[in-house]
Design a protein around this ligand. Structure first.
Ligand SMILES: Cc1cc2nc3c(=O)[nH]c(=O)nc-3n(C[C@H](O)[C@H](O)[C@H](O)COP(=O)(O)OP(=O)(O)OC[C@H]3O[C@@H](n4cnc5c(N)ncnc54)[C@H](O)[C@@H]3O)c2cc1C
Length: 398
């Protein structure tokens, strides 16, 4: 039986907003504390796979999101130079039939705005300029007090740390430890289709090459193309983990690539550069009245396009557990369901780095050729790996 009526959520990212919405829909009061002065998301795309989509649908967001979606027809891996296909997997109506939910591309800003609107409608309180600096549990009162940087204090039954990669909540719970730079940087950008000098196929496309890869896909009904260009680097000098990128440097990094990549990049006028960071599996995701979700506890390389999807799944399971069980049992069940799942997807994402970047030279190319052969002769084996990720449903996992 639930002992929780008021929850503080640190962070109004996709994970924090989903958690607040799911909690509000279970009848709990959710207050979101966000450090930013304004709500909003940087211009970039997100692939929303069926496993995450099922949660968004359950939260009642499908019809509001539909006008912003693009439905890719297949997921492909192609050679950076020749364009040869190493892998193809049908998406579109095939994904919907197989998984009971579609595979979509969304602009982060659109998903974020729809979540904000839904939260407001459900009575979630969104506080801006609210940077969480620490928390303190009061065992006698069965409460947790959250202290903001500006001195304000908020009290609730539970604190959810959905404050991303550099989570202050995680730091206090488990100690100060910087995330690990994963030896990769990513440029991201969005280009209006009218500006393109090349025809792009309606696929979620990964271009694999030595030490780098390039991802492109459509957004917003096909009016924009999103790109993510990843390059291996030995270090990251900047203090910030995201900064404005140099478009010319990006174009130079992909010179000599297939014309669908190099011609697409000629139309790019601005980009942001991300350092890709990770963390080893945490010993625990909860302590006392405090619990973590999303990038705060399992940041991952974006090479399965599952970071936000995992945060969305976490949010739903956490809200359901808080509603169904006592606090101790709720956190225990939440971690039992979510930790193995997120850790598995984290590992799969890391493995893809080697494949997409042709690690091992000729051996790397042979692995892609082996994937191509498996797609022809044993497609079920490949499909079953994807099924484990996309076919999973937190709605049925208790
Ligand atoms: C290049 C790239 C491509 C990606 N592509 C995909 C994809 O296609 N599909 C997918 O599912 N995932 C993708 N991801 C991963 C995804 O973006 C993240 O996993 C996801 O956004 C994590 O959400 P979150 O809510 O946990 O954290 P965040 O989005 O980081 O949100 C954290 C929030 O907390 C706030 N905050 C931080 N500290 C404090 C504080 N002390 N007090 C108050 N507020 C605070 C922040 O301002 C922010 O609003 C990609 C990531 C990258 C880098």
């Amino acid at each position: 039986m639930s002992q929780v009526s008021r929850v503080l959520v640190a962070g109004a990212g996709i994970g924090g907003l989903c958690a607040a919405l799911a909690l509000a829909k279970q009848g709990m009061k959710a207050v979101v504390l966000e450090q930013a002065e304004q709500l909003g998301e940087v211009g970039a795309g997100l692939q929303i796979s069926p496993n995450a989509f099922k949660v968004l649908r359950q939260l009642g967001l499908e019809s509001e999101l539909t006008p912003f979606a693009f439905v890719p027809q297949q997921a492909v891996i192609r050679d950076y130079k020749t364009g040869e296909y190493y892998f193809r997997s049908a998406l579109g109506s095939a994904a919907e039939a197989r998984y009971g939910a579609p595979y979509w591309h969304l602009h982060r800003a659109d998903l974020h705005q729809v979540l904000v609107n839904a939260c407001v409608r459900c009575g979630v309180e969104l506080m801006l300029n609210a940077e969480v600096s620490s928390y303190e549990e009061n065992v006698l009162l069965n409460q947790v007090a959250v202290l903001l940087k500006d001195g304000r204090e908020f009290v609730a039954d539970v604190l959810v740390g959905a404050d991303g990669l550099h989570s202050k909540v995680r730091e206090q719970m488990l100690g100060k430890e910087r995330p690990t730079f994963m030896g990769q940087v990513a440029w991201r950008g969005v280009i209006p289709v009218n500006d393109l000098k090349v025809n792009i196929k309606p696929d979620a496309c990964v271009w694999a090459g030595p030490g780098r890869h390039f991802v492109s896909y459509f957004l917003r009904g096909g009016h924009y193309v999103n790109f993510v260009a990843v390059e291996e680097r030995s270090d990251w000098q900047s203090e910030s983990w995201r900064e404005e990128g140099d478009v010319e440097e990006l174009k130079r990094a992909f010179t000599g690539w297939h014309p669908e990549v190099s011609d697409l990049l000629t139309s790019a006028t601005s980009t942001f550069l991300w350092a890709l960071n990770g963390r080893d599996e945490l010993p625990t995701w909860h302590k006392g009245r405090v619990v973590l979700l999303g990038d705060a506890c399992h940041p991952m390389l974006p090479f399965m396009a599952q970071g936000a999807a995992m945060a969305i799944e976490d949010a739903y399971v956490l809200a359901r557990c808080l509603c169904a069980y006592s606090l101790t049992d709720a956190f225990m069940h939440y971690e039992q369901v979510r930790k193995p799942r997120a850790t598995k997807v984290q590992k799969m994402s890391k493995t893809n780095a080697g494949l997409y970047h042709m690690h091992g030279g000729l051996l790397g190319k042979m692995k892609l050729k082996a994937l191509q052969a498996a797609g022809r002769f044993a497609p079920d084996v490949i499909q079953s790996k994807l099924d484990g990720v996309y076919g999973y449903s937190v709605l049925h996992n208790r």
